[in-house]
Design a protein around this ligand. Structure first.
Ligand SMILES: Nc1nc2c(ncn2[C@@H]2O[C@H](COP(=O)(O)OP(=O)(O)OP(=O)(O)O)[C@@H](O)[C@H]2O)c(=O)[nH]1
Ligand SMILES: [Mg+2]
Ligand SMILES: [Zn+2]
Length: 325
């Protein structure tokens, strides 16, 4: 089972302290084998790791690995019969984070490939809120997928209206999946989409995120319809983040931290990058630092007038910039 001992330096270790390197070398000198693995659950100073041979281990995390998150590829070793230790987190290709008032940035999930933003006609389908999630999503660099849930509530006219509103997002390059977790509609297509890679589901309260997780993973048994006001957040902080394996392939990370995703303050730079359409058109503004307000030669305002830029997107942009929501 033991893999070759690694004594070479690579990736992130480069900028770690000499102490850290000495520690690794001494570990190797002890004859301990460092094994590759994946964090599938994380709580306190511990993590559940699945080894590449499929065995599960509850591991302690070395002190300096506080930011290790579900989805991280790690190196670990068996300390004794009953104990294992993660000593190294390998470089990530993406991460989902949220600001934490006490500890700075907190990583919610690592190596995520799909950020799934759920919207629904009830409680309300709001472009401003969707755009806000898209801005937050764009800043992670993780490709965003839009899921329109509860289509069972729509008659033909309402359905056509929502499809038309979402056509704008398809044109911007975001895949849109209309589904109903109640009727089971569209779930198979979404599964197919999520098959390669690791997904995280985010969205406003009540859109059906827990219902969707249950539809994708019948054994998940998430609370549905549970009120998630501020008072509930406290209780959730103790529950662990967890990676689930989807039956048809792909993984799903479910973390209490995703509740707050996208709801933090966004700065102007993030907002500019987060609106793909505005960002592309702004390249044609006369002034490079154009605020698209009253500047002469503003291509963005011109695009709003000509209809090239959708009015709803422009309203969202201004409203998010003014931090009105
Ligand atoms: N009509 C209909 N209702 C749905 C559908 N999916 C979920 N719901 C209902 O929407 C409500 C909220 O669903 P949840 O799955 O708890 O929503 P959530 O996004 O997890 O909400 P929070 O945990 O508060 O963030 C529940 O009453 C569900 O039964 C659907 O496809 N159609
Ligand atoms: Mg829920
Ligand atoms: Zn401009």
């Amino acid at each position: 089972m033991a893999k070759e001992i690694r004594t070479t330096d690579r990736g992130r270790r480069d900028n770690r302290s000499d102490n850290r390197k000495r520690e690794l070398f001494s570990k190797a000198a002890d004859g301990q084998a460092l094994l590759p693995g994946l964090i599938i659950s994380r709580f306190g100073q511990q993590a559940d790791v699945i080894a590449d041979d499929g065995r599960h281990f509850r591991c302690h995390l070395r002190q300096h690995l506080k930011t290790a998150a579900v989805g991280d590829r790690v190196e670990w070793y068996e300390d004794s019969e009953s104990s294992a230790v993660v000593v190294n987190v390998l470089p990530r290709h993406s991460q989902l984070e949220r600001p934490n008032p006490y500890e700075g940035i907190k990583v919610i999930a690592a190596n995520v490939d799909h950020l799934i933003v759920v919207v629904a006609p009830a409680p309300i389908m709001s472009e401003v809120l969707l755009d806000r999630y898209l801005v937050a999503g764009e800043t992670t660099g993780i490709p965003v997928t839009i899921v329109l849930n509860k289509i069972d509530l729509l008659d033909a006219a309402a359905r056509a209206n929502l499809e038309q509103r979402l056509q704008l997002y398809r044109a911007l390059g975001y895949p849109v999946f209309p589904i109903s977790t109640h009727a089971g509609t569209g779930i198979a297509a979404l599964r197919e989409h999520m098959k390669d890679g690791c997904s995280v589901i985010v969205g406003q309260s009540g859109v059906g995120k827990s219902s969707l997780i249950n539809a994708l993973l019948p054994q998940a048994k998430q609370d549905v319809g549970a009120i998630s006001d501020g008072s509930e957040l406290g209780q959730h902080t103790t529950s662990a983040s967890r990676m689930h394996f989807l039956p048809e392939g792909g993984q799903l990370i479910d973390s209490p931290g995703t509740r707050e995703f996208g709801l933090w303050h966004l700065d102007r730079e993030q907002i500019n990058r987060g609106f793909r359409d505005v960002h592309a058109i702004a390249a044609r503004c006369k002034f490079r630092n154009c605020a698209h307000e009253k500047e002469p030669g503003c291509a963005v305002r011109l695009a709003v007038e000509s209809g090239e830029l959708a009015a709803t997107r422009w309203q969202s942009y201004q409203s998010i910039l003014a931090d009105k929501i």
